[in-house]
Ligand binder design. Structure first.
Ligand code: 13P
Length: 243
C-alpha cells in the first residue's frame, strides 16, 4: 500500500512571523491525521530554521524548494544538502515549472539535484508537467515522458516522489480533470517502471476538489501552492476524505 504525501509549496511567500502564525492555527487542525498520511511544508529558505524549531516533535516534515548538487562552492543563490540537513529538512522540491521557466532549469540539472538529494539522505520531489501549448499540440505525453526519463535517471525510485503539475493548472484555478490527471499519473508510473512510485498531482488543488483528486487510483498525494498558504484550507486538504 503506497503512502499518501500531502505537500504545501509556499513558493516566495511567508516571513518567519507569518509562518509561526500559520502553524499556531494549522497544527491543532492537523493533529489527528491517519498515520499513513505524510504532511510536508516547503517554506522559503529564510523560514526553515524557525519552522524546524516549531515543528520539532510534530508529524509535519520540512522540504526545501531547491537543492544543489555540490556540497559547497561558488554557487551564488543556491543551497546545499548539508545546509538543509542541519535544519531537519527531509524533502527537496526539484524541477518545479517556475525555475524551469524563469531560470531555464534543464532536465539534466534537475536530475543532478535529485541524485544529490538522495545521496545526502533527502527525498526529492521531482516536478514534471506540460504547458498549455504543448497539450494543445498533442505533445503532453512526449514532454512528460522525457522529463520523467531524464529527471529520474539513476535515481532510487523507492526514495523519491514525482509531482505531476500541468503548467496550465498552476495558480490559474483551472484544475486538471481528475480522470485525466489520474491517466497521466498512471502513465508516469508505467514509464518509470516502478509500481510503488509515489505520485502527486499539483495545480489549483483546493478544499473543494481534494476529495475527488484523492479518490483516484494512481494519485498518491498533492503538491499545493496557493491553498497551502491559508491554514484552514491546507488543514482541510490534509484531512481529505477519500471517496
Ligand atoms: P497552485 O496550487 O497555486 O496552483 O500551485 C501549484 C504548485 O505550483 C505547487 O507546486
Amino acid at each position: 500500500m503506497r503512502k499518501t504525501v500531502i505537500a504545501g509549496n509556499w513558493k516566495m511567500h511567508m516571513t518567519c512571523a507569518s509562518a509561526k502564525e500559520f502553524m499556531e492555527t494549522f497544527l491543532p487542525l492537523s493533529k489527528d491525521l491517519p498515520l499513513d498520511r505524510r504532511v510536508i511544508i516547503a517554506p522559503p529558505f529564510t523560514a526553515i530554521s524557525s519552522l524546524a524549531t516549531i515543528l520539532e516533535g510534530t508529524h509535519i516534515n520540512l522540504s526545501s524548494q531547491n537543492v544543489h548538487w555540490e556540497d559547497s562552492g561558488a554557487f551564488t543563490a543556491e543551497i546545499s544538502p548539508s545546509m538543509l540537513l542541519e535544519h531537519n529538512v527531509r524533502y527537496a522540491i526539484v524541477g518545479h515549472s517556475e525555475p524551469r521557466k524563469y531560470f531555464s532549469e534543464s532536465d539534466e540539472q534537475i536530475n543532478l539535484r535529485a541524485k544529490s538529494a538522495q545521496t545526502h539522505g533527502l527525498i526529492p520531489i521531482v516536478c514534471v508537467g506540460e504547458s498549455l501549448e504543448q497539450r494543445e499540440r498533442g505533445e503532453a505525453e512526449r514532454v512528460i515522458r522525457r522529463q520523467v526519463e531524464q529527471g529520474l535517471e539513476q535515481t532510487d525510485l523507492s526514495n523519491l516522489v514525482i509531482a505531476y503539475e500541468p503548467i496550465w493548472a498552476i495558480g490559474t484555478g483551472k484544475t486538471c480533470e481528475a480522470n485525466e490527471a489520474n491517466r497521466i499519473c498512471g502513465l508516469i508510473r508505467q514509464w518509470a517502471g516502478f509500481n510503488d512510485l509515489l505520485i502527486q498531482y499539483g495545480g489549483s488543488v483546493k478544499p473543494g476538489n481534494i476529495d475527488e483528486i484523492m479518490s483516484m487510483s494512481d494519485i498518491d498525494g498533492v503538491l499545493v501552492g496557493g491553498a497551502s498558504l491559508e491554514p484552514q484550507n491546507f488543514a482541510r486538504i490534509a484531512n481529505y476524505q477519500a471517496r
